[in-house]
Design a protein around this ligand. Sequence first.
Ligand code: HEC
Length: 132
Amino acid sequence: MTAHRSPLQGSLASCLLTATVTLAPAGSWASGDAKAGTDVFAAQCAECHSMKEGKNKKGPSLFAVVGRKAASIADFKYSDPMKAGGFVWTPEQLDAYITLPKKVVPGGIMKFDGLPDAKARADLIEFLASVK
Ligand code: HEC
């Protein structure tokens, strides 16, 4: 018997491939759309945060925040728990913080309840990562 792939196997393989391609990025920040993230930032964060370097509002400037050490803007008055956090704003850490700020930094002073929409967070983080 020759090992020809039946049309069924072929379509199953391409179907699996498509599924992998479309499903793999789900829940991963890398799948975000920075352009859509601009709108999320404007709606959820801009009240308190600027993306301009050195410009603090109610919250610290988020210029180049991805990869930055938490509480590292010298002229911003962070809460003690944020200063004690000692973490780096990786995409994963940002994702957790934006989901539920009070869980990641208990006693922190960011008055934001959290963004439960994973797609909006992914887009937002992609946008944050693009400003550096
Ligand atoms: C009501 C005002 C407010 C809103 C809305 C807000 N933040 Fe904040 N944010 C703050 C404050 C205040 C701090 C300082 C927190 C602390 O020291 O505990 C902060 C801190 C942060 C930090 C830590 C920065 C650093 O230098 O370590 C990040 C990251 C952050 N916010 C992201 C966001 C994002 C993204 C959004 C939108 C989804 C958002 N924040 C919405 C006020 C706000």
